[in-house]
Design a protein around this ligand. Sequence first.
Ligand code: BJW
Ligand code: ZN
Length: 261
Amino acid sequence: MAEGSSVSGGTGRIAVTASDDVMKVDLVRDRLARAQRVVVLTGAGISAESGVPTFRGEGGLWRQHRALDLATPQAFARDPRLVWEFYNWRREVLGPLEPNPGHNALVKLEQRVPQFTLITQNIDGLHARAGSRNMLELHGNIWHVRCLGCGKVAEDRSVLPLMPRCPGCGALLRPHVVWFGESLDPSILSTAFEAVQHAEIVMVIGTSGTVEPAASMGMVAKRKGACLVEINLEPTPFTTLYDTSILGKSGEILPMICESW
Ligand code: BJW
Ligand code: ZN
């Protein structure tokens, strides 16, 4: 946690001291210990301490391209080789990376909470590697491919040729991830919103809160009366909405919250 760091409040800037943060950690831990239904929503920030570049931070560039410009159906239609080259590079970067203490703390939390749902926007598969079970991958998984012809989805952890083909029908394969303007899997999305609407506590961790529909989940939970907790390195557009916002690294804060019950 950043001692003496500050967060933008509704009426100006409020100093956050280390002792405030300790109190917030204690408060969140107590609430979690009593909760029956908890949802955790994660974004790229939770994997940052494993070495995964975030999208809107300094690591958001590949060669001269913005990562977000390549994560579109238009980019794939225009130049599938380039987009596959980009995803192959990401597979090479992600392959050796390990879950960090933040991922591991959420596994412990899942074991203690009667109804626990982890909703992640990440495609890196690190939550599953850590051992999280009841998990919804909103934006797909980089280790899965989907055939543009027959629609078959398959796991494939190799670095692929630049124009990989479906062994069944011969059509082009694409990464099984959700690009801008594409719909999320309706059954995953409805399960996620169902969990959010029934949660007593929703923790939003390491996401800039800029991408819909995940960005609205906190708001939906708030309207239903849930207690909202944010963990992020910096304030987000939703910080003032949250009941508790803890500024710092998820890999340091989550173990404090989840591992000392
Ligand atoms: C740390 C940390 C540490 C760092 N500890 N914290 C309504 C209004 C306006 C637009 C739309 C709308 N509904 C839909 C849209 C369009 C669009 C959208 O939201 N656009 C916005 C930009 C405005 N949404 C979509 O297109 C979605 N589809 C959809 O809704 O379909 C229906 C529809 C379509 C069109 C119109 C209307 C309806 C699909 C979204 C798919 C997103 N895909 C990507 C790429 C996935 C594949 C890939 O990875 O290659 O998903 S984009 C990218 O952003 C990726 C991420 O999952 C997602 C979110 O990013 P995230 O995780 O928040 O990362 P960052 O980098 O932004 O933030 C990291 C945070 O961590 C920062 O805050 C740091 O401070 C923090 N941090 N280290 C704690 N150690
Ligand atoms: Zn096929």
